[in-house]
Design a protein around this ligand. Structure first.
Ligand code: SF4
Ligand code: MG
Length: 338
């Protein structure tokens, strides 16, 4: 299937007083219609920056961007701000962690959803209000014809998140970018929102990019997974490949720090020691080497001197100097414990 979104060798660099921050440094991926790509990584790994760049929401004055972002064949990096404005909300749309920041406190929920619709379709006020009610019903707000005139503060946190999803989907976007959209919600509401997104994807065939640091969420919603570290992709593959047989020590570390993909927590967490790399002065060689438990298994001190290439075959690959045999050997304990 032809990818709906295709990102090719994307680089996003910020100029700061202290130097250049290489927030994203050579990233490529595709998302097909009706599919969900999960992007996982710690904060500062470049996952949010990547997606703000796709949406054209970066600050152009301090940002240098290279590469290509093709949405349905159209290169977003050469599109005018006006064109991007038209695409945002219409062809591509986003939901964020914080619904309160996305919804204005001064207007009713219905008006905000309706205005987005009006802006992109030229529908009348009456039609837009009807559409807002329909969207609120679709995202599971009870009595939508009453609640449409409520203000965001009259909604619970979970309902606000639903309202934001309604606003994001009001123009039937073909690409939805969800950046940690359920992080602030309790587990039950989180599960409901995930189910909602899956249902809506089934109904509309939306391509989804789901950004999270939570592998449990990835296990629930993703088809394909991309693991980011220090502005680069370190591993990618199908969800099953990445979660069941990780190839990169960082992915292994993430997986080991979560007890089980299903079921209750009964194993102590072992988060990866150390902190994410500086993107101003990234570590030499493999950016993960200061934290990697396997760096000394690679001969010649290669891990601290040479950057490992990301070798991808049929969408599956990782960037590490360990041989596949070494990984089979070193990661065996992990496989057994699964
Ligand atoms: Fe670890 Fe070396 Fe592989 Fe990097 S290249 S993940 S430091 S073993
Ligand atoms: Mg983020």
């Amino acid at each position: 299937q032809q990818p709906f979104l295709s990102v090719k060798d994307l680089k996003v660099h910020f100029s700061t007083e202290d130097g250049t921050v290489k927030a994203v440094d050579g990233l490529s991926f595709d998302v097909a219609k009706g599919k969900t790509l999960g992007i996982v990584g710690e904060s500062g790994s470049g996952k949010s920056v990547t997606n703000l760049t796709i949406l054209g929401l970066h600050d152009p004055a301090h940002t240098t961007i290279e590469g290509e972002i093709l949405l349905d064949g159209e290169n977003l990096l050469t599109s005018s701000p006006r064109e991007l404005e038209r695409l945002r909300g219409n062809k591509m749309s986003m939901i964020f962690q914080d619904a309160l920041a996305s919804l204005s406190p001064y207007h009713t929920v219905g008006r905000q959803i309706g205005e987005t619709y009006r802006k992109h379709t030229g529908a009348s006020k009456k039609e837009s209000r009807d559409r807002a009610i329909e969207m609120l019903r679709r995202v599971g707000i009870p009595q939508p014809d009453m609640r449409v005139d409520d203000y965001p503060h009259q909604f619970s946190g979970g309902m606000r998140q639903r309202a934001m999803i309604a606003m994001a989907l009001v123009c039937d976007p073909e690409l939805l970018i969800a950046d940690e959209p359920t992080t602030a919600l309790d587990v039950t509401v989180q599960a409901q929102i995930m189910d909602l997104l899956k249902d809506l994807q089934q109904e509309f065939g939306t391509a989804i990019i789901f950004i999270t640091h939570d592998l449990g969420v990835i296990a629930d919603i993703a088809d394909d997974v991309l693991v980011m570290y220090g502005g680069r992709c370190v591993e990618r593959g199908t969800k099953r490949e990445v979660l069941r047989s990780p190839q990169h020590p960082y992915t292994l570390g993430l997986l080991s720090s979560m007890p089980s993909l299903e079921g209750p927590v009964d194993v102590p967490l072992s988060p990866i020691p150390g902190s994410p790399p500086s993107l101003l002065n990234p570590p030499s060689g493999c950016r993960f080497h200061p934290r990697c438990a396997f760096a000394d298994k690679v001969s010649g001190g290669l891990c601290s001197t040479a950057q490992p290439a990301l070798d991808v075959v049929d969408g599956r690959g990782s960037a590490c100097h360990l041989t596949l045999d070494q990984r089979d050997e070193f990661f065996a304990d992990f496989a057994v414990s699964r």
